[in-house]
Design a binder for this molecule. Structure first.
Ligand code: FES
Ligand SMILES: [Fe+2]
Length: 337
C-alpha cells in the first residue's frame, strides 16, 4: 500500500547498508545455518569454525538456499548437490567434479558478521560507516539483564520505530497512566546533539510511578525521571534515571525491508536484581510496544519525507530530538522518500 518509488527504497537500503544491524539471537545460531532477511536481501548465517558468517542465501550452482544446507567440517554444504563453501564463501568441494580445478567464480558474497550483546549483527558494505552501537551496561556487573524479547515483525521502517522510542511528546496520548499524563501534555526541555557516531537526546519529565522507575508495586503519584537516549540508525539505548535506580532499554531493529522490521529488546536495571523479577519488566515493555505498534504501523509515507519538504510539520521546541535525529540521518546519506 502506498509504496514509495523504487529509487527511494533503493537509496534507503543503500544508506542503511553501511551500518551494523541485528539479524538474530546469537543463541539461535548453533550447529545449523539460519535464513535471515536484511534490507531486502536473503542471507544465510552460519557458525563455521567458531566464526559467524553471513552469505547471500543462494548457491552458485543452481540457486538453492544455502540456509537449508548443513555444516560439515567448518564449511557450509549445499543441500542440493553438496557444493561446499568455506568461511570466506569460496567453494572448496564440488562432489560431482572432484579432481579438477574449481571454477574461480564459484563463490558467494560474504558480508561482515559479528556477535555482540547476545545478538548477531551484519553490515552489508565492506567498510562500515560506524562501529556497533555502544551498550556499556551489557558488560557491567552492576546491571542485571533480561533475556531478549523478539517481537513479531512490525510493518514499519526501522527509522520510524527508533523515532517512536525517541519521541516523548506522545507519552500522554499513547501511554496515558504509564509514561504520561494527559493533564500535562507540555514537553520537557530537550537537549539533543550529535556526539561522535550517534545522537544523544536528554530530558527530565514527571512520569506516573511505574516499575521501570523502580517505584514500589502499587505506588501512585508522579516521579521525576531523567532520560538519556543514545540513538543510531536502527538502534536506541534509552537510559532512565529515577530515584528507584537506573533502567536501560536496549532496543534494536532488524530492517528486513524498508517497511518491515523486527524488534529485539532487552532491559538492564541496577535495582530489584533478582532475575526471577525479569518478566515484570518485560511485560511492562510488552504493553508499551503494543500501544506503539498500531500508531507506528499507520504512519505514511513509509520512509521519512525529507525535512526540507515540510510534509511532516515538526513543532519546535517539542520535536527537537526527532529533528536532530532526522537531520543526522540525512547527513549520513540515509535519504528518505
Ligand atoms: S544448487 Fe547448490 S549444489 Fe547444486
Ligand atoms: Fe511509545
Amino acid at each position: 500500500m502506498n509504496a514509495p518509488n523504487p529509487n527511494a527504497v533503493a537509496a534507503f537500503e543503500q544508506g542503511m547498508a553501511r551500518f551494523w544491524h541485528p539479524v538474530g539471537l546469537a543463541s539461535e545460531l548453533v550447529d545449523r545455518p539460519l535464513a535471515v532477511e536484511l534490507l531486502g536481501r536473503r542471507l544465510a548465517l552460519a557458525r563455521l569454525g567458531g566464526t559467524v558468517v553471513a552469505f547471500d542465501d543462494l548457491c552458485r550452482h543452481f540457486g538453492a538456499a544455502l540456509s537449508i544446507g548443513e555444516i560439515v567440517d567448518d564449511c557450509l554444504r549445499c543441500a542440493y548437490h553438496g557444493w561446499t563453501y568455506d568461511r570466506s564463501g569460496t567453494v572448496v568441494d564440488i562432489p560431482a567434479r572432484r579432481g579438477v580445478a574449481i571454477p574461480r567464480e564459484a563463490k558467494v558474497a560474504c558480508y561482515g558478521a559479528r556477535e555482540a550483546y547476545g545478538l548477531v549483527w551484519v553490515c552489508l558494505e565492506p567498510e562500515p560507516a560506524a562501529d556497533l552501537p555502544a551498550y556499556p551496561e551489557f558488560a557491567a556487573d552492576s546491571f542485571v539483564k533480561t533475556a531478549y524479547r523478539v517481537y513479531e515483525v512490525w510493518d514499519a521502517a526501522a527509522t520510524r520505530i527508533v523515532m517512536a522510542a525517541l519521541d516523548d511528546t506522545h507519552f500522554p496520548w499513547v501511554h496515558p497512566g504509564l509514561l504520561g499524563d494527559r493533564a500535562h501534555p507540555e514537553p520537557p526541555d530537550h537537549r539533543a546533539s550529535v556526539e561522535g557516531d550517534h545522537v544523544v537526546a536528554a530530558y527530565s519529565v514527571e512520569q506516573p510511578a511505574n516499575v521501570s522507575l523502580g517505584s514500589p508495586e502499587g505506588a501512585t503519584g508522579l516521579v521525576t525521571v531523567t532520560y538519556t537516549n543514545h540513538v543510531y540508525p536502527s538502534t536506541i539505548r534509552l537510559q532512565k534515571e529515577a530515584p528507584g535506580g537506573n533502567f536501560v532499554l536496549f532496543q534494536t531493529m532488524q530492517p528486513l525491508a524498508y517497511n518491515r522490521s523486527r524488534i529485539f529488546l532487552q532491559v538492564a536495571r541496577d535495582f530489584d536484581r533478582d532475575p526471577a523479577r525479569d518478566e515484570t519488566y518485560l511485560v511492562f515493555e510488552d504493553v508499551i510496544q503494543s500501544q506503539d505498534q498500531p500508531v507506528v504501523e499507520s504512519q505514511r509515507p513509509w520512509l521519512l519525507p525529507p525535512l526540507s519538504s515540510r510534509l511532516m510539520l515538526y513543532v519546535r521546541p517539542a520535536d527537537l530530538p526527532l529533528i536532530t535525529y532526522q537531520r543526522w540521518l540525512e547527513g549520513l546519506g540515509i535519504p528518505q522518500v
